[in-house]
Write a protein of this length. Sequence first.
Length: 353
Amino acid sequence: MKKSNLLIVYFTLSLLALIGWAKSAQADAEGPALEGATPYQWQRRGDDTVVISVGKNKIMLVVNSREDRQRLKSLDLETLLHRVDSYVTLAEANRRDTTITDEDQIYQISFVNGETRIQVLKNRNGSYQNSRSYDDDDRDYDRQRRSRKSRRGRVVVNLFSFDLGFNNYVQPGGQFPNGTDYDLRPLGSRYFAVGSQLKVPLSGAVKLRTGASLSWYNFMFDGNRRVRGTDQGVAFFRSPEELEKSKIAAVYVNLPVMIEVFGSRSSGRIFGFGVGGYAGYRLASYTKVVYNDGNSIVKPREYDNLSLNNLRYGLAAELRIYRAKLFFNYDLNPLFAANRGPELNAFSFGLRI
């Protein structure tokens, strides 16, 4: 049933039983069909809503569609009433909260301030939903419904997010620069980012996500090559020392904007995705090499703009499986300024946590 639970079905079937009892009473003028039953009063509000009064308590029954009404006709009233009554009797005998698994549904019976409450934890299609207690009145129900709706539509702030992965670059046409002076070590060229996220609900499972982040590009060169900034641009050359490491590092502050589609846990969805873009500004850049000069390990670091573009912008994608996120970023503009270095477009990929 669509967003239905056993409690709603219970009172729906009780209503049907009441109608049958009324007809039987007119025929033979006898007492109520169920021994010891409390007299009910009910009234219709529109075509899809019925309010049932039991003493001082009220239950509002809403049938969402014609299909729901057809399903109710096929249910066995007597069997369902006995089943629910046995659950409540067991829980009341123990006087403690009780969880019961019945076929493909899970029920939790609890006692709150003298009230007996039945909650449907899992329905047939695997989704989770909450039911009302027997003696919640209409105003309490409306307040709870508005509160749930407010929680679903609220803005969410994640103070910290981390990107861990690798980066590389490609030449025009998508080829890797293999065999060149700026060929990279793929596993040594690592990418790291830290930031915060702001999620704004748009519609249902669709959210707008933005925020700010700091990212570190590390381009580690293959072979015994170094890089240096000159008046004519960036220069790559073979090092006279035997290098253990040689890299360019660049730090950017970024503003990402993405559209994220991912269902909540209650919807039973486990996959999601996001698409969007980003823009960043270079804060610092430097070169670093590591080698042994015969006496000790030397790690000189030289800060320089290295003819890197101050601005970077590109496209971003994300694949989410439960809480794990895989990200991919591709810079649309070249890494180096025009005519100041090789024409290369950087990209990064990895795990976002």
